[in-house]
Ligand binder design. Structure first.
Ligand code: C2E
Ligand code: CA
Ligand code: CA
Ligand code: CA
Length: 278
């Protein structure tokens, strides 16, 4: 009997080992990729619609595999967030961005740099010290930084989130609410969080030239932003027609494939120089 109990324990142990091993290996691979610097920033220009000049960019993470393949955040961001890797990755992203495009931002003090944060960043003051440590001596000033918080995931501690945002705002950093109209927050977020900028989701921009209700929604967002003294940026602009509608509605800042897709640092620097000349 003792032998069979022993065998059972061995089988259970092997079963447990097998079931956690693949996940563990996947995690090891992910951690190795972080250490190898495989997660890199791409930059999507944010444009002034009227002047067609660059106002800055949004930093969007990419996984550049050793074979050169570029993987989008849809494939790895949830994993990074659920396993707590996102904190290291965000620090790395900010550090690389400050090195790669610092000189460009030094030359263009009005350029803004948007950084995506996730809900977990607003549960801990560490993000404030991270931003200080990375940008204190960088050519990118706090006044040039915008942190984006998405409405897609709920903020668990609204009071703490508000305090962290206020601390950042006191340094000169601006706060943008991302994906407005798609998620949890809605009007309550705008009121409670005191955000500086709202980003209109692509969902509304997609149908803005054909669908009256989308136009009405964007129109009321513009009015709300004006009344609350907030800036507004349209996301995912792909067509000339959408640009025309946005101008009619009084939106002056936009990003999207119509202008440019996210790109590597050297391409963004070149893009900014080209647009400056025109
Ligand atoms: P997001 O912050 O809403 O970023 C906008 C997404 O729309 C980006 O997808 C961008 O490439 C895409 N996009 C921009 N213009 C157009 C357009 O005209 N048409 C279309 N079809 N798409 C457009 P991306 O880069 O795949 O990022 C997806 C999401 O992943 C982001 O959505 C953001 O929530 C998250 N993400 C990206 N980088 C980071 C990061 O560094 N940290 C965190 N926490 N999240 C990130
Ligand atoms: Ca310049
Ligand atoms: Ca964003
Ligand atoms: Ca968005």
């Amino acid at each position: 009997a003792a032998a069979s109990v022993g065998m059972a324990i061995v089988f259970v142990a092997i079963g447990v080992w097998l079931s956690w091993r693949p996940e563990n290996e996947a995690n090891d691979e992910f951690v190795a990729a972080i250490r190898n610097g495989e997660f890199i920033p791409y930059y999507q220009p944010v444009m002034d619609i009227e002047s067609k000049r660059v106002r800055g960019c949004e930093v969007l993470m990419r996984w550049r595999r050793p074979n050169g393949m570029i993987v989008s955040p849809g494939q790895f961001m949830a994993y990074a967030e659920n396993n707590g890797h996102i904190f290291d990755m965000t620090r790395h992203m900010m550090r690389v961005a400050s090195e790669e495009i610092g000189p460009l931002y030094g030359e263009n003090p009005d350029f803004k740099l948007s950084i995506n944060l996730f809900a977990g960043h607003f549960l801990d003051r560490e993000i404030v010290s991270d931003i200080k440590a990375i940008f204190e001596r960088s050519e990118i000033s706090y006044q040039q930084i915008v942190v984006e918080v998405t409405e897609r995931h709920p903020l668990e501690d609204m009071d703490l989130a508000r305090k962290i945002m206020a601390e950042l705002q006191a340094m000169g950093v601006r706060v943008a609410l991302d994906d407005v109209g798609t998620g949890h927050g809605g009007m309550a977020y705008l009121q409670k969080l005191g955000v500086d900028i709202i980003k209109i989701d692509k969902m509304f921009i997609d149908s803005i030239s054909s669908d009256d209700s989308s136009t009405t929604i964007v129109d009321s967002m513009v009015e709300l932003a004006d009344n609350l003294g907030m800036g507004i940026i349209a996301e995912g602009v792909e067509e000339e027609e959408q640009i025309e509608r946005l101008l009619e509605l009084g939106v002056t800042a936009a990003q999207g494939y119509y202008f440019a897709a996210p790109m590597a640092a050297n391409d963004f620097i070149e893009y900014a120089a080209t647009m400056e000349e025109e």
